[in-house]
Design a protein around this ligand. Structure first.
Ligand SMILES: [Zn+2]
Length: 384
């Protein structure tokens, strides 16, 4: 058996160094906004000569633009010409398929601002029909782009590999679907497809005010999934199935005597008592429809407790600082997330949860779209 060593930072070859430096500059402009060449050199640790050549190269490709100069307030001397991402020359169309009742799309600027929105207020059909309809939706979306398309990003439920190949999205009846390839061929633009919870993790990490480098996102829609950033990197897992917490058993028959939730139910995956049977959007509505406020809170707290039981070992293992939920806010906010946080605290050491925040995503329903845009930035420019 071979020995495997931990990955180490190696001395980069010249071509790697160039690509690395390019993404370093683009990433910095993405996070900090426009800066002069001298400031960029200082903040990235590159020499002024290297920076000047890099900026010239990015200018000629139209990825960055010169934005005039700004007098620094209260300082002597003139600030150099500012360089920023080319907001007007490039755009990123993005699609979110999380909600089974509608398809949402948007066109975003390279810094993640939404300029146009689109919504198809009916469910995407399953199987091949759904792929056809998605292609039609995307074609209409990109026809509204008024600048060059950097790439199309798609955020979808399911187990999806790094090439945008959907290994399985059972709720939609998609198995072994090379979705990125299909859309790329049909639309003639670069396409990136990733799991919706992973997209939300990218969006939260880039735009959502995450406290640290460890972040877990929970996406409640047709199903339930999680996305994980650890040490500042999106974790895909050995089989691209990192974050598939929806099918962790969260209830069994031993829970029955004290349960507000009734008997464990059969899941779409064929097993019983999966977290998804309690916490998909449909399940949450079925559990709470018609209840008076007191009973509703009790049921939501019971579901939140189950979520906390599933999440506590993850918090203890990775020392996650932020758990961010996205989905039907009226059902998630309040009792459910509060019970979840309480349960995690009860089950872990104080050191593990001292800085933990369990909250709703501030990005709202735009999280998936903005994450799909970060996916494109990451795939095309090395930004994320
Ligand atoms: Zn299941």
């Amino acid at each position: 058996m071979g020995t495997q060593y931990l990955r180490r930072t190696e001395t980069a070859r010249p071509t790697q160094a160039r690509a690395h430096n390019r993404s370093l500059v683009l990433q910095h402009l993405f996070q900090s906004g426009p800066e002069s060449r001298a400031e960029l050199a200082r903040s990235t640790g590159l020499t002024r000569v290297t920076m000047s050549a890099l900026v010239d190269e990015l200018l000629s490709e139209g990825l960055v633009q010169e934005l005039g100069s700004e007098e620094p307030s209260g300082k002597v001397g003139k600030r150099g010409t500012l360089v920023g991402l080319s907001e007007d020359r490039w755009c990123i169309p993005a699609v979110n398929l999380t909600n089974d009742g509608s398809i949402t799309g948007a066109i975003l600027t390279p810094s993640g601002q939404i300029t146009h929105r689109f919504r198809e207020p009916h469910p995407l059909p399953g199987g091949n029909e759904g792929i056809e309809e998605l292609a039609t939706f995307c074609r209409a979306l990109i026809s509204h782009a008024d600048s060059r398309i950097l790439g199309l990003g798609v955020s979808s439920p399911g187990i999806i590999n790094g090439e945008g190949f959907i290994e399985q999205a059972p709720n939609r009846g998609w198995y072994e679907v090379p979705l990125a390839d299909i859309l790329r061929e049909r639309l003639g633009v670069e396409v990136h497809v990733a799991n919706d919870a992973n997209c939300l993790a990218l969006a939260e990490y880039s735009f959502g005010g995450a406290a640290g480098d460890e972040l877990l996102t929970i996406v409640v829609g047709q199903g339930l999934g999680a996305g994980l950033v650890a040490a500042g990197t999106l974790i895909q897992g050995a089989e691209n199935a990192a974050g598939e917490i929806g099918h962790v058993t969260a209830m069994d028959n031993r829970d029955l005597p004290n349960s507000d939730l009734g008997a464990p139910q059969t899941c779409a995956c064929g097993r019983t008592g999966c977290l998804e049977t309690l916490m998909s959007e449909t399940a949450l509505r079925e559990f709470t429809d018609g209840l008076d406020p007191g009973a509703r809170d009790r049921v939501l707290a019971a579901i939140g407790t189950r979520l906390g039981i599933v999440l506590a070992p993850i918090v203890a293992t990775l020392n996650v600082a932020d758990i961010v939920a996205s989905g039907p806010e009226a059902l998630l906010a309040g009792s459910l997330l509060e019970a979840c946080a309480r349960e995690i605290r009860e089950r872990t050491l104080p050191r593990s949860h001292r800085t933990l925040r369990v909250r709703l995503s501030k990005l709202g329903s735009d999280g998936g779209l903005r994450g799909a845009a970060v996916l494109v930035l990451s795939g095309r420019l090395g930004i994320a």
